[in-house]
Structure formats: structure tokens, C-alpha cells
Ligand binder design. Structure first.
Ligand code: DSN
Length: 438
């Protein structure tokens, strides 16, 4: 375990905040679908002298000297990513998921070009065309939705019709709050009909894909995959762009062809959009990807989905309404208005009171605003890292429903909070000492 002795001595204020955060993490239950806990080895890699180094460029082609070891860690991350996702190229420099998506748009699109992505309230991400993002000032976004919110089925006929009319240059598969599998082959065939490339934003489920638990869009002919590295992949905060194609000399702007995607993407990330990569993060990404290659990770990824399906079943059996009535992946979206006549924000707050953290979420075509939407998103990646299995999904369902039942009863909520803390002691967080003292 890291002891943070220098930090404690040098900066007691920051140390105190860190100490509070580590207690919050070990004493509470993390159900935010996009969060996870890194291993002690990933945590160590983050706090290394790699943070001191400027490394603009790519391995073997840098703009500063002294790159022997940065080249080595970046190449390890690249080769591991390519092997895990079975693709031709990996750029591991995007600072996170949003910059990764923007870098792809800049690599392939001209101002005014069209992208087709999933509607935000149906589970899509802000960077897939939400009007509040700057990208919508430059590019035109059109949306697809579910045709049946009871099953999660996407309307691929409607998608084809809109694609033929709007002629998108990119058809984008991916989501932050969609609990079902997409039909990548159907999307690829629509893209082929209209001459679009296919991009999969797999930030939420990349780990499940790498482990072979969910389908890999590259197997259906997709051209590009973007992801963050800190969700199911269990790495540090960061992003990656994976693609098909061949790397050519990145010093020359290549033609916009599918074959040239790796070079177009590399040039878009640097110098097009970002400066120096964060080499300590890239070292930690290499470590995390090395962990994903191990057989134990496959067992973990399978359990993430088993736990999510079980939690969804427990909640529904006890009267909760879930969007699409279940899940195929690691997340579920509870319709809090139909379940409890409460908003997602109110339920999020009640769960906070008992030490369970989740995130409010819109439901399809939500009439309530994003800051106080009708739903709550729950996910199992973090609790599965702590070793929780099906019996614990039942216990957690009980805690959550008790918090809603006992709203307004402060003493009862506090008693449940103490029970949640006791429960958490059985499931240590990697890299965080179980004891209250560091
Ligand atoms: N903020 C992430 C999530 O919670 O899904 C995606 O950007």
C-alpha cells in the first residue's frame, strides 16, 4: 500500500482531502457505471517520474530528446491494445474519451459534415452530438433511437432511411446509458450503403469486449473504436483510438482514405488537437492493459455482466421499472418516476445518505431536464472489482429499496448507512488499506 508519507508532511491540506476520499471509497458502495478501482500496480505507475517528461510525437518520432524509456512504455501500451482489440493501430495519447472522439471527428470530417449518433436521452453520449457541445457548431449531427424502449431494440430501418437522406460521413455506435447490445453488422451495412465510415465509442464496455464477453465491433468490419481507459478497462484516466489501416509517414498529411486512418488519427491527436502526452498515464495504461490480458480479468468481466443481470432481476422482482426491462451489459437505468414517483436526483440523494453512490440519468425522451431527470443509472464494474457476487446484489438491492422506503426517517437512514459501512469492510478496495489509518 502507498503510505503518502511525503504528501502528509509537505501538504497536510491536500493529504486531508486525499484521506477523506480514500475513506469514502472504502466505506461506500460505488454503483456509478463509469467508475472502477485500479490495481496497486496501476496506482504506482501513475505516480512515477514519467510525469516529468515531455514526449510530443510518437514512439521513434519525437520532438524532444531523452525518449528511450517513454518510447518503451508507449510501445507496450500500443502493442497490448492492438492485441486485445484485434486491430491494426492504436493511439494511446487522448487525454480522455471526449478528446478521443473529437480527434476522430477532426481526422475524418470537414466543417458541415454529418455524423449519425445515438440520441442522448436514449443512452448516447454528450460528444455524439448534444447541442451543448462545441462540435455541433462545426459538424451536423443526426440521431437514431430505440424503436421499443421496453426491449431496447434500435430502429435500424429508420436509421437506414435517415442515413440515406442525411448522408452522414460517420455512423457512430456507442453509448453511456444503453443497457443492450447494438447490432454492429446492421450499422456497418447501412454505413456501406451511404459511404460512411463506422466508429464505435466503446468507452463503457471496452473491457467487456477485450475479455470476449461482449461482441467486438471490429469483427463486424468497423473502422474505428474509441474508448476511455478508466471504466471497465480498470486503468488510469485516459483514452485510446483504435483503428484499421496502415501507418504511413505522419509528417505528411495523407489523403482521407480508410487505409490512411491510422495516420489521419495520429496527426489529428498530435499536433492537430493535443500537445505533450501524459506519459505517467500512458505507463499506467500499459500496466492496466497487461492486466486485462490475464485469465483472471476474463473471469472478472464475465462476473460484471452476471452481477448486472442479477441486480436488474432483483430490482424488477421487487417492483422497480428498468428502461428496456433488464440489461445485457454492466449497467441499468432505473425509471425512478415509474418506480417510486421520485426524480433520479432525489433517489441519487437518498442513496448518498446511506453510502451508495449512483448517477442520475435521463430516460428515453425524458420530459424532465438533465439536472433533474427521471432516471438513475447503476453499474457493476466497481463492486465486482471488490469481489461482490450474486448474493451481494441481493443485499445491495435491499439497502437501496430500504433507503427509498425510509425517506424522511433520518434515524433509519443513518442506521442503514452504518450497515452499508459494515458490509463494505468485507470487500476491500484494491490499493486502499482497510484500516481507517493510512
Ligand atoms: N462521464 C461518463 C459516464 O459517466 O458515462 C461518460 O463521459
Amino acid at each position: 500500500m502507498l503510505t503518502y508519507s511525503a504528501l502528509r508532511q509537505e501538504d497536510p491540506d491536500v493529504f486531508e482531502a486525499l484521506d477523506g476520499e480514500r475513506r469514502r471509497q472504502k466505506d461506500g458502495v460505488e454503483l456509478i457505471a463509469s467508475e472502477n478501482y485500479v490495481s496497486p500496480a496501476v496506482l504506482e505507475a501513475l505516480g512515477t517520474p514519467f510525469t516529468n517528461k515531455y514526449s510530443e510525437g510518437f514512439p521513434g518520432k519525437r520532438y524532444y530528446g531523452g525518449q528511450e524509456f517513454t518510447d518503451r512504455v508507449e510501445s507496450l501500451a500500443i502493442e497490448r491494445a492492438k492485441a486485445l482489440f484485434r486491430c491494426d493501430h492504436a493511439n494511446v495519447q487522448p487525454l480522455s474519451g471526449a478528446p478521443a472522439n473529437v480527434a476522430v471527428y477532426f481526422a475524418w470530417l470537414e466543417p458541415g459534415d454529418c455524423v449519425m449518433g445515438m440520441d442522448l436521452t436514449h443512452g448516447g453520449h454528450l460528444t455524439h452530438g448534444s447541442p451543448v457541445t462545441y462540435m455541433t457548431k462545426l459538424f451536423r449531427f443526426v440521431r437514431y433511437k430505440m424503436k421499443d424502449v421496453e426491449t431496447g431494440a434500435i430502429d435500424y430501418d429508420e436509421m437506414r432511411a435517415v442515413a440515406k437522406q442525411e448522408r452522414p460521413k460517420i455512423i457512430l455506435a456507442g453509448f453511456s446509458a444503453y443497457p443492450r447490445e447494438l447490432d454492429y453488422a446492421a450499422m456497418k451495412s447501412i454505413a456501406d450503403e451511404v459511404g460512411a465510415i463506422t466508429m464505435a465509442d466503446m468507452a463503457h464496455i471496452a473491457g467487456l469486449i477485450a475479455a470476449g464477453v461482449l461482441r467486438n465491433p471490429f469483427d463486424d468490419g468497423f473502422h474505428i473504436m474509441t474508448t476511455t481507459t478508466h471504466k471497465t478497462l480498470r486503468g488510469p484516466r485516459g483514452g485510446m483510438i483504435l483503428s484499421r489501416g496502415k501507418v504511413s509517414n505522419p509528417l505528411k498529411a495523407p489523403e482521407k482514405t480508410v487505409e490512411n486512418l491510422p495516420t489521419l488519427i495520429d496527426r489529428s491527436v498530435f499536433p492537430g488537437f493535443q500537445g505533450g502526452p501524459h506519459m505517467n498515464n500512458i505507463a499506467a495504461i500499459a500496466v492496466a492493459l497487461g492486466e486485462v490480458m490475464k485469465p483472471e480479468y476474463r473471469v472478472y468481466a464475465q462476473q460484471v455482466v452476471t452481477n448486472a443481470k442479477h441486480m436488474a432481476r432483483c430490482l424488477m422482482e421487487r417492483g422497480c421499472k428498468l428502461v428496456t426491462n433488464g440489461t445485457d451489459n454492466h449497467l441499468m437505468v432505473m425509471d425512478c418516476v415509474k418506480s417510486f414517483e421520485l426524480s433520479g436526483k432525489e433517489v441519487e440523494h437518498l442513496f448518498d445518505r446511506i453510502g451508495i453512490t449512483a448517477s442520475k440519468s435521463t430516460i428515453p425522451d425524458d420530459t424532465n431536464p438533465p439536472y433533474s431527470p427521471s432516471g438513475l443509472r447503476l453499474g457493476t464494474p466497481a463492486i465486482t472489482t471488490r469481489g461482490m457476487k450474486e448474493p451481494e446484489m441481493e443485499t445491495l438491492t435491499g439497502f437501496m429499496l430500504r433507503a427509498v422506503d425510509k425517506r424522511g426517517d433520518d434515524a433509519s437512514l443513518e442506521r442503514t448507512h452504518q450497515e452499508v459501512k459494515e458490509f463494505c469492510r468485507q470487500f476491500p478496495v484494491p490499493g486502499i488499506a482497510v484500516s481507517d489509518e493510512i
